[in-house]
Design a protein around this ligand. Sequence first.
Ligand code: TYC
Length: 110
Amino acid sequence: MVPFHMSDKHDDDGDADVAVKTRARTKRPPLYKVLLLNDDYTPMEFVVHILERFFGMTHSQSFEIMLTVHKKGVAVVGVFSHEIAETKVTQVMDFARRHQHPLQCTMEKE
Ligand code: TYC
């Protein structure tokens, strides 16, 4: 008798066989925080606009988060899959550069 894994074909030696199961482990994909950083030059209303435009926040939510970044230096503005987080960072960085503001947006694994 030779134990065989579920995914293998059992042997043909005529005696009893024992099936061995291993649990299929499904891993959730990692999530990433998108962070907005403070600086001394980007206008407050520009940051508020970015949060409305790219993160779907209301004006008052956006204003609140903007003030948090202004006072604390950084804030998490959302948590996404790697691909979505990367897209958000690119959208913010491109938009800031086009308007010649030094605003910085980054992502980090949660
Ligand atoms: N500190 C900026 C100012 O006083 C406003 C600001 C807020 C800039 C948030 C960047 O991510 C930021 N104009």
